[in-house]
Ligand binder design. Structure first.
Ligand code: IPE
Ligand code: IPE
Ligand code: MG
Length: 245
């Protein structure tokens, strides 16, 4: 039993965030340190993702949003991009990895540019897991925060041109509702393994009041204990949202 669970039983000191987002970074360096191709790092990272999603489901997290591939990651060599897409394909073909876990899958990002096969698998995985009552997992794929805002602005501008929206009465909520994450709570806690202290275009609208937790550990080495440590840290933060103390 994890430290987190032991402590949770003894007291209510630990607050489980409703929505955790993770920037799954460090796969390439993990592989390089072992003399392996970068795709081996991405495979190991996919395995970590499954473990962490299962664990988040178990401890009562409601939403987990993971950064799998950014709009900027297309700059990488084709072999690496293809390798990542193949790993995703294998994950979606193995439906037990989410159906058997009572996990609801949802994709955020511009998936329109992906292969037809991948698009079909994505649609099928979303349909097949739609009745799951456990954790809701968002996989951010070809996702960029700025790209997401651009999509929202286009949609709102289109509605304005069609006379469906009064520009002067637009609210922040209207913009949230035009994001890929419409209807979901904003992330409470954003975790970045891999040692970098930056946001890399992730959930830039939704993270306005998120708490951050960083670790040097590379994503393939990330363990459920790291989730415990992040939640432990989160539990002691005073989220003021601009209020006086
Ligand atoms: C994160 O790991 C996965 C993707 C960005 C697709 P990286 O591949 O960025 O790993 P590092 O940062 O090079 O170690
Ligand atoms: C962010 O990691 C994207 C994903 C984890 C999918 P990157 O490795 O692409 O970010 P940078 O380039 O270090 O900012
Ligand atoms: Mg990286």
């Amino acid at each position: 039993m994890s430290l987190f669970f032991r402590r949770k039983k003894q007291s209510d000191a630990v607050t489980v965030p409703q929505h955790i987002a993770i920037i799954m970074d460090g796969n390439g360096r993990w592989a390089k340190r072992r003399g392996l191709p970068r795709t081996a790092g991405h495979s190991a990272g996919a395995s970590t993702f499954k473990t962490i999603a299962r664990y988040c489901n178990k401890i009562g997290v409601k939403y987990l949003t993971v950064y799998a591939f950014s709009t900027e990651n297309w700059k990488r060599p084709k072999a690496e991009v293809d390798g990542i897409m193949n790993i995703l394909r294998d994950y979606l073909l193995d439906t037990d990895s989410f159906k058997g876990e009572n996990i609801r899958l949802h994709f955020i990002g511009d998936t329109s540019v992906l292969s037809d096969e991948l698009k079909d698998l994505i649609a099928k995985s979303e349909q097949d897991s739609a009745d799951a009552t456990g954790l809701w997992v968002n996989i951010a794929l070809n996702y960029g925060g700025r790209d997401e805002i651009l999509h929202a602005v286009r949609a709102i501008a289109r509605d304005a041109c069609d006379g469906k929206v009064n520009i002067d009465s637009l609210t922040e909520q209207d913009i949230s509702d035009a994001m890929f994450t419409a209807g979901m709570p904003d992330p409470d806690l954003i975790i970045r393994p891999g040692g970098e202290h930056r946001i890399s275009n992730y959930l830039i609208w939704q993270s306005a009041y998120a708490e951050y937790w960083f670790t040097d550990r590379l994503w393939p080495d990330f363990k459920t204990d790291d989730i415990d440590a992040a939640i432990e840290s989160y539990s002691h933060r005073d989220r003021r949202f601009g209020n006086a103390k």
